[in-house]
Design a protein around this ligand. Sequence first.
Ligand code: KIV
Ligand code: ZN
Length: 511
Amino acid sequence: MTRKIHILDTTLRDGEQSPGASMNTEEKLIVAQQLLRLHVDAIEAGFPISSPGDFRSVQDIGRLAGDDVVVVALTRAVDADIDCAAEALATAKRPRIHTGLGVSPQHMREKLGMTEDEVVERAAHCVRYARKYVDDVEFYAEDAGRADQAFLERVIQAAVDAGATVVNIPDTTGYQMPEDFGRRIKGLADHVRGIEDVIISVHTHNDLGMATALALAGVRNGARQVECTINGLGERAGNTALEEVAMAIKMHGDELDAHTDIETRELTRASRLVSRITGMTVQANKAIVGANAFAHSSGIHQDGVLKARDTYEIIDPADVGAGASQIVLSARSGHAALRHRLCELGYTFADTEFDDIYRRFLEVADQKKEVYDEDLESIVQERQRDVTAIYTLDALQVSCGDPLIPTATATITDEDGVRHVVCATGTGPVDAAYKAVDMVVSAHGDLAEYVVKAITRGIDAIGEVTVRIVGEDGHTYTGRGADTDVIVSSAKAYVNAINRMIQSQRADKAA
Ligand code: KIV
Ligand code: ZN
């Protein structure tokens, strides 16, 4: 049997640090449910002291996780952070505190203003302090990729002696070459006393496009945990992509003496879910989960694949959940066909909920010849987003053209069930629609970004609009809306952003 490599997913912590990728607590729970389906070993759920939202996420994910997965909370090497993380983790059956500090000359000198001796002492202190709360403590040596090796071994020795159960060796800036990083891990495995009873973890970033190569070099040299994110989301150029590590280990397990417990057939769904929720598009040629990962364009390739799939494909798309749909859904499809396909995609609904989905499906099907899996996912996720809506856009009618004055008439229902019918003019159809929405809603946000993209195939594709608005509190809120009519998508996205702004402001007030 090969070595088990633990997968720590940090989409909800490091991934969420991607500019513009922030998620609210409900969205984090939806992602966490998918991480459970993927069978990750640990979920880094947040940095509790950083915000009330992160604190709540760690609590909620702790409740959700049960015995199945370790729930991890990040801290700096500061007692107050650790106290706060321990409090947030009280709901978790398998809690882990992840604490640490910078160990490179740059971090010690510029950021911390500490000497080597002080760093070693603080490393030991924070591990001991965290161990008072939980049995499972992970120590991170931030920017280990640029640290002096002898000093790194000294810090890790102190963390192990103080009771760390996992030691995390991050290449925080994605600086190293894979061979050098591998040697670093081997040096730790060879020189730190007692490390055989501790899990060595690797946490690498993609600044030079080598995050996965770095992580695998770590695994080859003794690491038993890899920290990664769905779609490689994360600070700057991102973190190691979970889907890449899982599939590389699956394909080269014997050579690496390694396996993971990841349910790889859930990878595509996880990727689409995280992309929709964060609004971060996955590039079409992204390994494993990109839209073109299993698409063959040239005649020679098509001919080869038709003769034998493995001439140009090393992965069976079904192994990552990217298998083609067998049922063509259209307006002629009944309940049974829709329910069957949704079930294949992993969605089951109670009858009343399903009736709503079916109604929406027929609306989309009436506008399109075929309804693809992406359309269905969009319908389902649009519904999940709207469950907690404060304002709902019931109808929108826009007239525009040259020389017409763009005019929008919107019907909006508020949380008390009151229907408002309003009419506004604007510089264009979207502006008119947004002005109409502004006439009803109780909070205001300035539009900072507006992105429209086709999320399904064909000229009749569903268009998804993502908007970012800046509230009067200075925070940015993201909203999304999907429809075959992009003006309607735009209005839905704007209403969605306003709903989220109001929900978040209310939650912060209540906290
Ligand atoms: O990249 C990094 O060093 C980190 C640590 C906080 C683990 O994300
Ligand atoms: Zn990181």
